[in-house]
Design a protein around this ligand. Sequence first.
Ligand code: SF4
Length: 266
Amino acid sequence: MKDHYTNCMFINNKNQKTTGVPINNIDTIRGCPNNCESCYANKLSSITIRDFTKPILVEKFTGRVHEDLTYRIGNFGDPAINWAHTEKMIKKYKIKNFFVVTKLQSIKGFSGYCKNLQVSVDPMNELHLIRTLQNVETLLNNFDVNIVLRIRSSDTNNFLINLFQYEAVLFANNHNLPVLETRVRFKDKKAYDKYDLIAESYEWTRSFLRPKNNLRFLHDVEQHYVCDEAGNKCAGCLNCLKLLEPAVSTVTLHQGSQRAIINSAA
Ligand code: SF4
C-alpha cells in the first residue's frame, strides 16, 4: 500500500458506476484536505492509500481519452485545489466534453475555461457552505458558467443542518440554478446519533448507511434533480448529461440515451 496517490492515473473506460452511459470519471488532482463528513472518496481510497488528505497533482493519464465520452473531473480529489493545473491537464489531453465536480473552496486561478460546474454544497459544514456559496456568487458575476448545485442532503431532525439545507435551496432558487440533490451515504451507523438522522429513511447496505431509493430530502426546490434517485447508478439517471450546457449535452445526451435504452433492453 502507498502513502499517497501517484501523479499518474490510468483512464479506466469501464467504470462500474457509469456503465451504459458515455460518462467517464477522471481526476486532475487526487487526494483532498477538505475532510468532508462521510467522504465517499476517502473511504474508497483507504483500500489503496494510507493518507487521503494530501492532494497530488496528476501529471499523466495512461490509456486513451475518448472523444465521444463526457469526462466527469473531480472524483477522488477536488479540481479547485489548483485550477491552473486542472485547466492545463484538460488542454494537454484535448478533453472536449467535460464537467467539473468541486466544493469550490477556492477560485484562485479560475479562468472561465471550465464552464460546466457541479458545485457541492455541504449543509453539514457551515464554513464550507458559506465559502462555496460566496465563490459561486463571484463566478456567476464574473464568468459565463453553467453551474448546478449538488446539495449534500440528509433526512434529519437537526435544526442547523435543516436550516443550512434550506439556505442552500433558497440560494439556488434566487440564482435560478438547478439543484442536483446528492443524498449523503454515511460511512458508519454512528451517523444516526451524530446527525440525528430519521431512521426510517435509511438502510445499511453494501457497507454504507444509504438513503432509501426514491426519497427526496430537500423541499421547495424550483429546479429539482436527484443523483441516482432510483438506485440504478448513472444508466438509470443521466442527470449529469441533462444538466450540461446545451452545446455539450446535445451530443452526449443523444449517445447516452441510446446506450441506456440498449442497456435496459438487454
Ligand atoms: S446525477 Fe445521475 S448521471 Fe450524474 S453521477 Fe449521479 S447518478 Fe450518475
